[in-house]
Design a protein around this ligand. Structure first.
Ligand SMILES: C[S@@+](CC[C@H](N)C(=O)[O-])C[C@H]1O[C@@H](n2cnc3c(N)ncnc32)[C@H](O)[C@@H]1O
Length: 239
């Protein structure tokens, strides 16, 4: 999935908030084409299933305000917009300018109102407690552990806190990412990015102050070489 990957600072010029040491993908429609190829012939629809499961785990309600971090070309955000309906609001951020341009045009073609912005998870341009839900698919492995920590702290900041008066729990987080089989030696770290074991990611989520941290695994049964897992989900509530 990374054959078109670039590691560079954004051209947008808005220096401090847009620069990332994460692995940026910025290939617009070619990303969607490549993803379609991989999902059809290699993953047999599992990527599609992964996004569906992500939104299912988020238990989205009509009217909720949702942020997709590392939204790429916007496929997940569009599914979210359908679920939260016209009274909801959906935002997507990604450092790839072509990804954001592609996401905007896909949403416009489908008449979906989604606010896509160039941005990075480690510096979210939103006030504290803006969102009911933050979600992310196959983005975390683009970040080093220190960027993951910064990103999770930012996610916690922009999620709504629990309301003790009404008993309303805090905002919800769902992360889906490719799993790195434990048996396999760590892949060489390219561009400062790296996968992490799901237990490690769950520990980072917990350390960022989240409660009720749950893990779910998704298998790719066709390939014994991947039997240790295809992808995993972490679901948690802001504490
Ligand atoms: C494999 S793509 C996944 C995109 C999308 N979530 C999806 O499911 O198709 C990973 C995305 O993470 C983005 N990314 C890299 N570094 C990032 C950062 N620091 N903050 C937010 N997104 C980042 C990349 O630009 C890329 O679009």
């Amino acid at each position: 999935m990374h054959s078109f990957a670039k590691h560079r600072h954004s051209k947008s010029g808005k220096a401090s908030t847009k620069i990332t040491r994460g692995l940026i993908l910025d290939t617009g429609w070619r990303y969607d084409l490549m993803e379609w190829f991989f999902d059809t012939f290699l993953f047999r629809g599992k990527l599609r299933e992964l996004r569906q499961r992500t939104v299912d785990l988020a238990h989205l309600q009509p009217g909720e305000k949702v942020l997709d971090v590392g939204c790429g070309t916007g496929t997940l955000a569009m599914e979210v917009a359908r679920r939260v309906g016209a009274t909801g609001r959906v935002f997507g951020i990604d450092p790839g300018e072509q990804q954001i341009a592609r996401a905007r045009s896909k949403a416009a073609r489908r008449n979906l109102s989604i606010e896509f912005q160039v941005g990075v998870v480690e510096h979210l341009d939103f006030p504290d407690q803006t969102f009911d839900v933050v979600i992310s698919t196959i983005m975390m492995h683009h970040l080093s552990d220190s960027l993951k920590r910064q990103g999770l702290a930012e996610i916690a900041r922009v999620l709504r806190s629990p309301d003790p008066a009404s008993g309303k729990p805090g905002g919800r987080l769902v992360i889906a990412d490719f799993k790195r089989p434990e048996e396999r030696p760590a892949p060489p770290v390219r561009f400062g990015a790296g996968g992490s074991r799901i237990q490690d990611l769950a520990a980072l989520v917990k350390n960022a102050g989240f409660l009720r941290v749950e893990i779910e695994e998704m298998q790719l049964p066709r390939f014994p070489a991947h039997s240790a897992g295809f992808a995993s989900f972490v679901r948690a509530d802001k504490g």
